[in-house]
Each structure stands twice: as structure tokens, then as C-alpha cells.
Write a protein that binds this ligand. Structure first.
Ligand SMILES: C[S@@+](CC[C@H](N)C(=O)[O-])C[C@H]1O[C@@H](n2cnc3c(N)ncnc32)[C@H](O)[C@@H]1O
Length: 255
């Protein structure tokens, strides 16, 4: 585990950014903080997600999985599964002849996921996946790359657990290039989200999560760096598509 904050900044999915210093100064602290944050916000996560739309909803996640080629009979590993917003459409798309494994470090988020869908769940981190080599056809990760302490370790793990020809698909929000979109996103996070969070009934927990979310978007690595890290890990045909200037899907194949 990486205990050195300066090294952590160069390998994590967040570039060196003063905003992050208020939250943690080591990988251990980051893990403790995000686990508590997600455990506390788990019961209100889905309502907040559908109200704020920052993950652009279940329809988008399903459409991405379909477009990227998740098919009946495949084995899907959903990393950072959370409450299952990617896992649930994944189960539907692989069908009864397929297999779905949901991985997440937060017991609170996994407890919410189990209420919706009966799949194998694993408590763990993207950087150390508790599965043997060449087990799965498709690795998905929705809106969690920014929480990963070492993206090189995570991408090496994705390659290891995939069968040859298997595919990775990472959905993530990026800082918009256009000033107008950046302004709209800041307004959304600073003004609309706290207002909408009041409606969820778990105002404090959810608000804390979304304030952190906004800061991580500002501090997130740029798309070229993420694609370069996928290539360095050994993925082929690395690509990134973007919707509405914010929502990105990073993909690659195991040769
Ligand atoms: C914003 S939620 C996303 C959940 C879901 N994938 C979705 O699309 O809504 C982020 C999830 O990442 C998990 N997480 C944080 N650090 C992680 C890591 N290093 N490896 C895997 N998952 C992690 C958190 O516990 C949380 O459930």
C-alpha cells in the first residue's frame, strides 16, 4: 500500500490538487474517509443519484454496457459496484446463462446492492481484486475511477482477471473543456445538488458525498492520461467516447 502522499498523487486518479488536501494526506486516510463517506450515504445514494443526474441515470449505464458489447452468457465483473446501478443492467444483459460479480470496499453500498439483485459480491479494492487470472469477459467500473489510489495497479488487475479478448469499460465524469459547461456544472454541484439533497431525507450524508464529488471532478485526471495508463497496462484498441461534454467511457481489449 502506498503511504507516501506525493507518490500517491502521481499514481491516483486525482492529480495533485489543493482541494484534496482538506480530505486526506495518505492512501490510508483516503480509504478510511471514502469508506465512511459511502457507507453513510449508501441508503440515500440512489435517490440522490436520480435527483441530481450526475451519473446520468440507469438508462445511460445500460446503453453504454450494450453499446460496448456486453452480451448474453458473458461473465461480468462490476468494480466499484456501489448500490448496483451498473450491476443491475449487467445482470439483465448477460441473462441467466451469464455470471455477474460485484466488487466494492463499502459494506454499506453492497448491502443496498443485495436488496436489488442476487449476485456474487466481493468486498475489496480495484487495486487488489480477489479473483484468479483470466476469469471474466467484461470489466465495468461506473463513476469510481477518481476514488482509486493507484490507477496503474487497478488497470493491471483488470488485465489480469480478463480472459484474452475481454474488454474493460470505465464510465467517468470529466471536467468539461468548455467554460460554459464548467460554469453550469459548478452551479449544479454548488447550488442545485444541496437543494435537491434536502429532498432525500438524508441531507447531511448525501450533501457531504456530493460536495466531495464536485471537488473530485475538478481534480480528476485528464482523459489522455487515463487512456495512456490503460495502454501502459497492456490494453489494446484503447478509446474514449464522450457524451454531452462530460460523460466519458474509456474502453480497451485484452490482446
Ligand atoms: C460513486 S459510487 C459509484 C457506484 C456505481 N458504480 C454507480 O455507477 O453508481 C463509487 C463507489 O466506488 C467505491 N470505491 C471507492 N474506492 C474504491 C476502490 N479503490 N476500488 C473499488 N471501489 C472503490 C465506493 O465504495 C463506492 O461504492
Amino acid at each position: 500500500m502506498n503511504m507516501n502522499p506525493s507518490t500517491q498523487e502521481s499514481t491516483g486518479a486525482l492529480k495533485s490538487d489543493p482541494r484534496m488536501k482538506q480530505y486526506f494526506s495518505s492512501e490510508d486516510e483516503r480509504r478510511r474517509m471514502t469508506k465512511t463517506l459511502f457507507d453513510d450515504a449508501a441508503p440515500g445514494y440512489d435517490t440522490a443519484e436520480s435527483l441530481t443526474g450526475l451519473g446520468s441515470g440507469a438508462w445511460y449505464r445500460r446503453e453504454v454496457l450494450m453499446r460496448m458489447g456486453l452480451k448474453k452468457g458473458m461473465t461480468l465483473l462490476d468494480v466499484a459496484a456501489g448500490t448496483g446501478l451498473v450491476t443491475v443492467p449487467g445482470v439483465e444483459l448477460v441473462g441467466p446463462e451469464g455470471r455477474v460479480i460485484a466488487l466494492d470496499p463499502s459494506p454499506g453500498m453492497l448491502a443496498e446492492l443485495r436488496k436489488k439483485v442476487a449476485v456474487e459480491t466481493l468486498e475489496g479494492y480495484a487495486e487488489a481484486i480477489p479473483l484468479p487470472d483470466a476469469q471474466v469477459d467484461f470489466v465495468s467500473m461506473g463513476y469510481a475511477l477518481r476514488h482509486v489510489g493507484d490507477i496503474h495497479k487497478a488497470f493491471a488487475e483488470y488485465l489480469r482477471v480478463l480472459r484474452p479478448g475481454g474488454q474493460v469499460c470505465i464510465m467517468e465524469i470529466s471536467r468539461p473543456r468548455s467554460r460554459l459547461l464548467r460554469g453550469l456544472l459548478s452551479f449544479h454541484i454548488a447550488v442545485l445538488v444541496p437543494l435537491l439533497a434536502r429532498l432525500t431525507g438524508r441531507h447531511a450524508d448525501v450533501k457531504r458525498l456530493w460536495v466531495y464529488y464536485g471537488d473530485t471532478i475538478e481534480a480528476a485526471l485528464d482523459p489522455d492520461t487515463i487512456q495512456e495508463a490503460l495502454r501502459r497496462a497492456g490494453f489494446a484498441d484503447v478509446a474514449c467516447s464522450v457524451s454531452l461534454g462530460i460523460f466519458r467511457e474509456y474502453t480497451g481489449h485484452k490482446p
